[in-house]
Design a protein around this ligand. Structure first.
Ligand code: PLP
Length: 360
């Protein structure tokens, strides 16, 4: 350990980098192919890109001005979209920032955070940054959460449980009885609905009953602006008020704000695109039904967790990558034979199916 590292907060010095999706040029270099041949089905991004109206809104910004610390226009737009009062909404630099803010607000060093593996990696990452203890309760064979094991794991040091619905990467939903059972414990329950616009189902009606519920959403996937980093949370007035107090004052930049307002204005078109990605996911499912050696887990998101019967995930990944198709692999042993494939355009699905035939 270097002298400088000895000065660091010990838990911070030990944090391992979070590896997100690499840029296409890097993927191409690794696979020995041309960057223009890369098909990105690895980050649940929107293959249609941002809408023209959204891009147009970004050409008329007063870049020399600071954004509004109170996010007034943005929260008003989100309030109209969600039907929730402004006081119950906060925007973050992606859902990722909201996860981090929840840790800052609720979790002290050594306290406990619970998630359900396999799931989105940022819950564990942010918990480690907070020097919290992360308990990952395994999901069952249909990827449903094990509520009784979770209730057992919750103790007086437990502060937050994170539950994605649809869950990434498994694609299944959190049921209302399971959510209620956890909410009844009184700890903070973050229901992460990043893929809401694809699943078209929400537990937000429970906000009326539980002040310890936080619903997380994002503009990265359905609205196609992952690069601008905007997500939001809906929760009780008291919880959101405190999150507003502790956030970085200018956490949403003016490009993000303008893009979200334009996306909301043109939401019909964007929601149709989201629906077409669901259609592509269903096409992938139907095509996989006709192939031997590969199966999938039912999904409500814009992605599908596929299981290779005769190949390891790593073998399948490498073969797909050679053909320019990049998907997501996972370190957990329970996913040794599984890869997550994002729904793409119809041409990308055609190509995917051709390649899958030879890979399985
Ligand atoms: C379940 C889940 N939650 C949150 C996020 C974070 O999304 P963003 O920070 O882009 O809003 C993702 C991104 O992949 C996700 O899959």
């Amino acid at each position: 350990m270097s002298q400088l590292e000895k000065l660091m907060r010990p838990h911070m010095a030990k944090i391992a980098t979070y590896h997100g999706a690499d840029p296409s040029a890097e993927l191409a270099r690794e696979a020995g192919i041309k960057p223009e041949d890369v098909i990105r089905l690895n980050a649940n991004e929107n293959p249609y890109g941002a809408d023209d109206k959204v891009s147009e809104a970004l050409t008329k910004l007063d870049l020399h001005l600071y954004p509004d610390t109170q996010q007034r226009n943005l929260r008003a737009g989100l309030s109209e979209y969600t039907g929730q009062p402004v006081e119950r909404i906060i925007a973050g630099a992606g859902g990722d920032e909201i996860i981090d803010l929840l840790m800052r607000l609720f979790v002290e060093r050594g306290q406990k955070v619970i998630d359900c593996e396999p799931t989105f990696g940022m819950y564990g990452f942010s918990a480690r940054l907070a020097d919290a203890e992360i308990t990952s309760v395994p999901r069952n064979e249909t990827w449903d959460i094990d509520t009784s094991a979770m209730l057992e794991a919750i103790d007086d040091q437990t502060r937050i449980v994170f539950l994605a619905s649809p869950n990434n990467p498994t694609g299944n939903l959190l049921t209302e009885p399971d959510a209620r059972a956890l909410l009844e414990t009184g700890i903070v329950v973050c229901v992460d609905e990043t893929y809401y616009e694809f699943a078209q189902t929400s537990l937000s009606h429970l906000l009326e009953e539980y002040e310890n519920l936080v619903i997380l959403r994002s503009f990265s996937k359905w609205a196609g602006i992952a690069g601008l980093r905007v997500g939001y949370a809906i929760g009780s007035e008291i919880l959101i008020g405190h999150l507003m107090d502790i956030k970085q004052p200018y956490n949403i930049n003016i490009a993000g704000e303008a893009a979200v307002l334009a996306a909301l204005k043109h939401r019909d078109k964007l929601l149709k695109r989201a629906a077409s990605l669901v259609e592509q996911r269903i096409r992938i499912e139907e095509l996989i039904d006709g192939l031997d050696g590969i199966s999938y887990y039912p999904s409500k998101g814009n992605f599908l967790l596929c299981r290779f019967e005769r190949r390891t995930a790593e073998e399948a990944y490498v073969r797909l990558a050679k053909h320019g198709i990049f998907v997501r692999r996972f370190p957990q042993s329970v996913l040794d034979h599984s890869l997550r494939i994002s729904a793409g355009t119809s041409e990308q699905t055609d190509r995917l199916i051709d390649v899958l035939r030879s890979v399985v």
